[in-house]
Each structure stands twice: as structure tokens, then as C-alpha cells.
Design a binder for this molecule. Structure first.
Ligand code: 5RP
Length: 239
């Protein structure tokens, strides 16, 4: 028998959350993507009565379609819990690449603001080194795009502004930045790369999520999930 890996990861998150004594009215941040949708399928009852803060336009639509009131865009510094997916993860460290859906800025703000972060992934997202399969997306100021492309080239990094069917030119994010995919190959030191990318003027945020995970849950085809409890490094400002 083979199970839906996203559903398995979602069930793992649900078990963790059931142990949290989440109260009605508490603020829960909701990430973006198909694994998050699987989480919303299994956590519908548990989320009733909570205040839900969306990381993206896509999730805001998803939540309102499911009958939830949505707080649109991170607008407070205290979030009790945040649940999101990832494009690549190293479970032992909890380091991740995110932003496959272009929502990395809203996602990172919520992950930073939240007291507890749970990331849920299917087993195919597990890598030994970040950058093995996915590019690192960054969000940049549109006006600085030519300068940033030159700067990335000078740093020896291959990069291209993300494009999408249905729009000419680069993809513009929910936050009105341009998404640029940086093709790094396997990354030796994700923290350092994050710092280097952010040191370029005009780079608003990167899809490297380093030290932000409290839990990573990996859903497996074998109808199980693995829970990795991590020592979070980057803490919410009020913790
Ligand atoms: C969106 C993200 C998503 O969490 C990531 O792309 C994973 O998506 P999915 O669960 O659909 O595989 O970072 O910006």
C-alpha cells in the first residue's frame, strides 16, 4: 500500500498541534502550496475559531473558499503557530529552500513572527544539501533588477528572473517585487549564502530559510511520517 505523502506530512503536523493546547482566537499563520492545502484538508475542524493569517494571495483565496475569515498579510508581530511547506529540506538541520510559489517574503515574515514553526514536506523534498535540485528564489526591488542581475553574475552565480505563462517579463510577487531564481547547485553554507545575497542592495528577501524550523515533518509513501524536532536559531522578536 502506498499513501499520499503530503497527507501523511499534514497528519504529522496535526498530531503536533493537538498537543499544543491551541486556544480559540489564537493567531495561526498559514503557508502556501499544495502540502499546505493537504494540511487544511485534515486540520479544518482544528482551525475553526482560530484567527488565520495568510502568507500569500493564493492562500487567502484558498482559506476564504473554505469558509474561513482571513487576515490578509502579516500585520502583527505575534503569531502563535505557523505551518508551511518547502521545496527542499535538510531534516537534520531544518534548513530549507522555499519560494517555489513566489510567496517567500510573506512566508518568511510569518515564520519569523511565529512562536512555533512546523514545516511539512513529502519525502521527495528531502536533500542532503540545499540547492541540489531547486534554485534559490530571491525577491528583489523591480527598479534594481538590472543591477542585481549584474551583481549576481559578478558573484559567479547563474540567475534568471522567473517567468510564467500568461505574462510577459518577470513574475511580480504579491508584494510587488520581482522573483529571481538563483541556480547555485549544492550549497556548502546556506547561512553564508543567505547573508551574501541579502548584502546586495535591492534584494528584499531570499528563499533560504535557515534556523527557522521548530519541527520538520516528512510524509512517506509507506504511510508513515517522521518528525524532526529542531533547535530553532532565529527566534521571534518577542521570545
Ligand atoms: C511557496 C512555497 C511552498 O511552500 C513550496 O513551493 C512547496 O510547495 P508544495 O507544497 O506545493 O510542494 O515556498 O512559495
Amino acid at each position: 500500500m502506498s499513501c499520499d505523502t503530503k497527507e501523511m506530512a499534514a497528519l504529522g503536523a496535526l498530531e503536533i498541534i493537538k498537543g499544543l493546547d491551541l486556544r480559540d482566537g489564537e493567531l495561526v499563520g498559514i503557508g502556501t502550496g499544495s502540502t499546505v492545502r493537504a494540511f487544511l484538508d485534515v486540520a479544518h475542524e482544528l482551525l475553526k475559531g482560530k484567527r488565520l493569517m495568510s502568507s500569500s494571495n493564493s492562500t487567502a483565496l484558498e482559506l476564504s473558499g473554505r469558509g474561513f475569515d482571513v487576515i490578509y498579510y502579516p500585520s502583527t508581530s505575534y503569531v502563535r503557530l505557523y505551518v508551511d511547506g518547502a521545496d527542499e529540506v535538510v531534516p537534520a538541520t531544518g534548513d530549507m529552500i522555499k519560494g517555489g510559489g513566489g510567496a517567500l517574503l510573506g512566508e518568511k515574515i510569518l515564520a519569523f513572527a511565529s512562536a512555533l514553526n512546523i514545516f511539512i514536506v513529502s519525502e521527495d523534498k528531502v536533500v542532503e544539501r540545499l540547492g541540489s535540485r531547486s534554485p534559490v528564489p530571491i525577491e528583489v526591488l523591480p527598479e534594481a533588477l538590472p543591477f542585481i542581475m549584474e551583481s549576481l553574475k559578478a558573484m559567479g552565480l547563474k540567475a534568471s528572473p522567473r517567468t510564467s505563462a500568461g505574462k510577459m517579463g518577470p513574475v511580480i510577487s504579491d508584494w510587488r517585487g520581482v522573483i529571481v531564481d538563483v541556480f547555485t547547485g549544492p550549497i556548502g553554507d546556506p547561512r553564508r549564502l543567505n547573508e551574501s545575497l541579502k548584502s546586495i542592495p535591492g534584494v528584499i528577501e531570499t528563499g533560504l530559510f535557515v534556523g527557522l524550523a521548530d519541527y520538520v515533518v516528512v510524509g512517506r509513501r509507506s504511510c508513515t511520517y517522521d518528525v524532526y524536532r529542531l533547535r530553532r536559531v532565529v527566534k521571534a522578536p518577542y521570545l
